[in-house]
Design a protein around this ligand. Structure first.
Ligand code: BEZ
Length: 200
């Protein structure tokens, strides 16, 4: 298999962490690219019309996107039920946490694009604050959750969302008001799948 990825993409990291956890990383050749919101990557677009990372080309030649689909595909390839709980309340909790963490990451990426790619005179402060509000309320919600337990797709998504926030916006200092979430993240950070995929 081949996967379009980037060392700084939080969603590509989700897929790489999932592959590592399932022992499938050696079967995936990474195609590392650099993306810009204003400069479409033609080669990636030929595989994923949305031009987004990650995109996985399976051994049968089909391209899968985006990260929730790729992660669930990898889980099925490894026998199923390891990263995505097969059924019951654990499944819905893991999927909801994935949605919450991916939404947090989406908002963070939008602010990154607005502040790093947009000319300063065109930047819209109220819109940036609106995105940061989503980030902060999602963090507050995660602080109330009991994240201990299985390292499933919910936990992987949250860990990658926090890693990206630290990478692009260290000045946010989210830990100061969310000690439980900070302790959970610190305890996980040396896990090989996360330690070997830190954004750079
Ligand atoms: C980033 O470098 O911040 C980034 C890269 C790919 C996708 C999203 C964000």
């Amino acid at each position: 298999m081949q996967m379009y990825s980037s060392p700084s993409s939080p969603f590509a990291r989700k897929a790489r962490v999932t592959a590592h956890e399932l022992g499938l990383d050696a079967r995936i050749t990474l195609i590392n690219i650099s993306l810009s919101p204003v400069n479409p990557h033609q080669e990636l677009r030929a595989h994923n019309p949305l031009g987004k990372l990650p995109a996985l080309i399976t051994d049968t030649g089909e391209t899968l996107y985006d990260s929730p689909v790729i992660c669930e595909y990898l889980d099925a390839l490894a026998g199923g039920g390891r990263i995505f709980p097969a059924s019951g309340p654990a499944r819905w909790t893991a999927l909801r946490r994935q949605a919450l963490a991916d939404g947090l990451t989406d908002a963070t990426v939008l602010v990154r694009y607005e502040t790093a790619a947009r000319p300063t005179t065109l930047q819209w402060q109220q819109w940036i604050e609106g995105q940061f509000l989503k980030v902060r309320t999602a963090l507050d919600a995660l602080e109330t959750e009991d994240l201990g337990g299985a390292f499933d797709i919910g936990a992987i998504s949250v860990a990658c969302a926090l890693g990206y926030l630290d990478f692009r916006f260290p000045e946010e200092r989210w830990r100061e008001t969310r000690p439980r979430l900070a302790a959970w993240h610190a305890a996980l950070s040396e896990r090989p799948s996360l330690a070997s995929s830190r954004p750079s």
